[in-house]
Design a protein. Structure first.
Length: 472
C-alpha cells in the first residue's frame, strides 16, 4: 500500500508516466531515485553528461522508564514548565513577557551560573557506566566512515558542503548503498531549472533573485521551455507530508532523498533542500531553528530579513515564529532559536541528525555520544545537539539503575560511576531550561504551523518582486 501511495503521489506531480518499479522504502538507492524523478532525470541525460518513541528526559529522578527509543530531532525534550493546554497562544505569550519582566540581574547571574556549571559537567572527564557497544553489527562501519567524513569537514581538512553532509548522513543510514554521482545529478538538474526560471522571469543575478527563484521552484507551479526541446517542463509545488511527518515509524521520512523522490517533505527536509540549492547557486541564505521546527531566513536589505516557511509554502515574519507561544527571550538571547546558522553550524546539525538515525537503527552506545560531542565542539549551543546530549545521559542513567538494582536515590552518591551519570543527566536538563528551551506539543505545533498568513505572504512577495524589478 505504501508503494502504491508513493507511485500515485509521484504521478500526480509529473506529466509523463513512470516506469513500473516496486521500491522498498528502507532499501531504495539513488539510482532508483533518479529514475523516479522522471523529467529531472530526463533533462540530465539530454543536457548534462520527525521509530520507537523515547520518553522525554526529566530531571534525574532514578525512576526507570519503560521504553527507550527515538523521537524526531526537533521534538525530543519535555517542557521544563508544566504545560497548561487550556491556555491560548496569546496567553502563553503574555506569560513569557511577564516572566521576562521579572527576570532581574540576580536571576540572570544565577542562570549563567547554572549554564557554566552544566558546561563544566558536560565536558569534564566522564567516569560513568556505558551502553553496550553495537560495533560489528551490519551497517555500523558505514556510520564510522560517515563520522570520519564529518570530522574532516568540520575541522577544515575537507571543504564544508551542506549537500555532501546531507548525503553522508542519509547514505550511512542506507549502509553506503546510495550513489553520490546520481544524487549530485539530481541537485544539478534542480539548480539548472532554477537558472532557466530566472532567465524566464528576467531577474537580475543577485542573491535575492536566486533565493526567490528557489522559493518559487519549491512552493509554486512553474512551466519552463527546455532548450532544444518542444514540450515544456512543468514542476509542481513540493508539499508537506502529513503521513508520519515526524519520522516516528519511518525515519527516512526526514530525508532529502525521500523529498526528491516523492516531492513531499517536512520541516527538516524542505529547508535543507532549499539550503542545498542555495549553496549550488551561490546565494546567501540561512537555516534557522524554532521549537520543533526549522525554516529559512534570507536577507532582503540592510538589516532586513525575510523568513520562508516551506511547510506551508509562505513567506512569514519573526512575529509568526514568536506567535507559537513557545519562544522565550532566553532562547533568543542564547541563540538557540531564530538565529541564522552558518554552513559549519548546518553541517554540525546534520551530524546530530545522523546520530539520531544511528539511534533509530541500533540504539545508544558510545558512538552516538561521539557524534554528539563532535558536533557540539563546533556548534556548542546547537539545540538539536543539546537535546541529544540530554537524552543520552538520561537514558544512560535509566539503563544504569535498571542493571544495578542496589542503586537508588538515597545511596547513589556512594557509587561514583552512577553518580557521575546522574550529575550529567540532571545538568543537561536544567541547562536546556536555562537557555530557554521548551517543547511545543505536537497539536499546538500543527495549529501554529497552519496559521501562517496567506495575505502577509502575498504582500511580502509583491514587495520583493517590485524591488527586483527596480534593479533591472
Amino acid at each position: 500500500m505504501k508503494e502504491k501511495r508513493m507511485k500515485q503521489a509521484t504521478a500526480q506531480k509529473q506529466e509523463c508516466s513512470s516506469p513500473s518499479l516496486q521500491p522498498s522504502l528502507r532499501c531504495y538507492t539513488l539510482a532508483f531515485l533518479a529514475t523516479r524523478l522522471l523529467l529531472l532525470w530526463f533533462i540530465c541525460i539530454d543536457t548534462f553528461g520527525q521509530e520507537p518513541i523515547i520518553k522525554e528526559p526529566q530531571p534525574a529522578n532514578l525512576i526507570p522508564q519503560a521504553k527507550i527509543g527515538l523521537n524526531n530531532p526537533n521534538n525530543i525534550l519535555p517542557s521544563p514548565q508544566v504545560y497548561n493546554p487550556n491556555l491560548t497562544i496569546e496567553q502563553r505569550n503574555q506569560m513569557i513577557i511577564e516572566e521576562d519582566l521579572h527576570r532581574g540581574e540576580q536571576q540572570q547571574q544565577q542562570q549563567q551560573q547554572i549554564i557554566d556549571d552544566a558546561n563544566n559537567t558536560f565536558y569534564g572527564n566522564f567516569d560513568g557506566f556505558s551502553f553496550p557497544s553495537h560495533e560489528g553489527l551490519r551497517g555500523t562501519e558505514a556510520y564510522k566512515k560517515a563520522l570520519n567524513e564529518f570530522e574532516k569537514m568540520l575541522s577544515g581538512k575537507e571543504p564544508l558542503s551542506i549537500k555532501r553532509a546531507e548525503f553522508i548522513k542519509e547514505n550511512a543510514y542506507y549502509e553506503n548503498t546510495l550513489s553520490y554521482d546520481n544524487y549530485c545529478k539530481i541537485i544539478d538538474n534542480v539548480s539548472y531549472l532554477c537558472g532557466l526560471q530566472m532567465k524566464k522571469d528576467k531577474l537580475p543575478n543577485t542573491d535575492l533573485a536566486k533565493n526567490l527563484t528557489i522559493y518559487k521552484f519549491m512552493a509554486d507551479t512553474i512551466a519552463i521551455n527546455l532548450p532544444n526541446q518542444e514540450k515544456k517542463f512543468t514542476h509542481y509545488p513540493m508539499r508537506y507530508d502529513f503521513n508520519d511527518n515526524w519520522g516516528d515509524t519511518i525515519w527516512e521520512n526526514t530525508f532529502v532523498t525521500k523529498l526528491l523522490m516523492t516531492q513531499t517533505g517536512q520541516c527538516l527536509s524542505l529547508p535543507r533542500l532549499f539550503m542545498i540549492i542555495s549553496e549550488e547557486l551561490g546565494s546567501k541564505a540561512y537555516l534557522a531553528l524554532s521549537p520543533n521546527h526549522s525554516y529559512i531566513k534570507i536577507p532582503i536589505g540592510k538589516n532586513k530579513w525575510q523568513n520562508i516557511e516551506l511547510t506551508s509554502g509562505l513567506l512569514t515574519s519573526d512575529a509568526f515564529i514568536i506567535k507559537s507561544g513557545f519562544v522565550k527571550s532566553a532562547s533568543i538571547e542564547n541563540k538557540i532559536y531564530m538565529d541564522t546558522l552558518n554552513k559549519k553550524e548546518i553541517v554540525a546539525t546534520s551530524l546530530f541528525e545522523m546520530a539520531n538515525g544511528y539511534l533509530h537503527k541500533y540504539g545508544y552506545d558510545n558512538f552516538y555520544i561521539m557524534c554528539v560531542d563532535l558536533g557540539l565542539k563546533y556548534h556548542p549551543n546547537n539545540i538539536v545537539g543539546l537535546i541529544n546530549k540530554s537524552n543520552y545521559y538520561n537514558a544512560l542513567l535509566m539503563y544504569t539503575v535498571k542493571n544495578n538494582p542496589n542503586i537508588d536515590k538515597k545511596n547513589i552518591s556512594q557509587y561514583p560511576q552512577a553518580y557521575d551519570t546522574y550529575l550529567r543527566a540532571d545538568s543537561a536538563f536544567y541547562y536546556l531550561r536555562e537557555v530557554g528551551y521548551e517543547k511545543i506539543p505536537r497539536d499546538i505545533y500543527e495549529e501554529w504551523r497552519k496559521s501562517a498568513s496567506v495575505e502577509e505572504s502575498v504582500k511580502s512577495c509583491n514587495t520583493i518582486q517590485q524591488s527586483l524589478r527596480s534593479i533591472k
